[in-house]
Ligand binder design. Structure first.
Ligand SMILES: O=C(O)CCC(=O)C(=O)O
Ligand SMILES: [Fe+2]
Length: 326
């Protein structure tokens, strides 16, 4: 699939991304194909490569280092905020090494933000990991905020209609940077490593791995958006919360991961989740959107989900519980 080129624009001491062309076409592609591929500028490649390198180094550490940031398996993932951050591994059939996952997040601490969990053992063994993860979280947070603003404004909503439930001081304390390592299959037939599912996110931004394996269900077929991609390409697809908030106008993308056949696959999805107690406050945006739609510019707007009004004044936690009862 064609990628959409991103343009980086400096804004004071921060920056954002915009797409060449209009946001409406991004929204329509996401609706029709279920995902879009966005290409970051070349200057971001160094951040991405640094994280792949540091995570590969982490996976080669001894068990004590990994255990120092182990996820609390007893902790029930609430899919909204905490989940079970940290390191997990899973051994499967006919593999010599386990699949491994490390979930990190940016959290507010006195005087700033910190990426964790990161133990002293991890700091010693992989000194560049926290910095590399921070660099990528910053890039993907800026990108996620831009995509959500484009989606919102293409519906005629105010640009921060979606980001307001996600952002805190420009950071995403509900989001999760997941680093995955899938060991190669010893079978010749295609084996699914991560079964088909939708993400409990607003938006997922998955870096395109040099070892393709991500498949997205699009127009009734499994497609592989990573085929032919570069390190700067990012697959963006809606999660369950965008489906809820748009009442199905955008559908949560069904996706899965196919096991690599020779080399291990390292992949890095960024799961953009809301702050659980954030309140959806859409009415003013919808009213403004309706006004815009009725104005002479109306033709440019994507016909948006009016039923989003039903979500007015609800917390993300409430919406999640409600959706689970569907
Ligand atoms: O490994 C990948 O590329 C995607 C993993 C995934 O779908 C997930 O963590 O939800
Ligand atoms: Fe997923």
């Amino acid at each position: 699939m064609d990628h959409i080129e991103l343009i980086k624009r400096q804004k004071g001491d921060t920056w954002d991304y915009s797409v060449a062309g209009c946001g409406e076409s991004l929204t329509l592609r996401m609706r029709e194909d279920g995902y879009v591929v966005l290409r970051l500028p070349e200057e971001d490649a160094a951040h991405l490569q640094a994280l792949y390198d540091n995570f590969a180094q982490f996976t080669s550490c001894d068990e004590a280092v990994k255990a120092s940031v182990a996820a609390d398996e007893g902790q029930k993932a609430d899919h909204l905020s905490r989940g079970d951050l940290g390191y997990r591994s899973a051994m499967g059939r006919a593999r010599s090494s386990p699949d491994e996952f490390l979930d990190l997040r940016e959290q507010p601490v006195p005087g700033g933000w910190e990426v964790g969990p990161c133990s002293p053992q991890v700091h010693r063994a992989v000194p560049g990991l926290e910095r590399a993860a921070t660099g990528v979280i910053t890039v993907l947070s800026r990108l996620g905020a831009s995509v959500m603003a484009l989606l919102a404004s293409s519906f005629g909503l105010d640009g921060d209609a979606f980001t307001s439930v996600v952002l805190q001081d420009g950071h995403m304390p509900g989001a999760c940077l997941r680093m995955c390592c899938y060991s190669p299959s010893q079978h010749t037939d295609e084996e699914v490593a991560f079964t088909e599912h939708t993400d409990t996110t607003l938006l997922t931004l998955a870096l395109c791995s040099p070892v393709p394996g991500l498949q997205v269900r699009a127009r009734g077929e499994w497609v592989c958006p990573e085929a032919g991609a570069t390190i700067c390409d990012v697959v963006a697809f809606p999660g369950e919360f965008l489906e809820i908030l748009t009442k199905g106008f955008l559908r949560a993308a069904l996706h899965r991961v196919v096991r690599p056949s020779v080399d291990a696959r390292y992949s890095i999805p960024f799961l953009i989740r809301a702050k659980p107690n954030a309140i959806v406050n859409t009415r003013p945006y919808i009213e403004e959107g309706n006004r815009l739609r009725d104005s002479q510019n109306a033709k440019k707007k994507v016909p948006g989900p009016r039923n989003i009004l039903d979500c007015e004044n609800k917390t993300m936690q409430w919406l999640w519980n409600y959706a689970n009862g569907w």
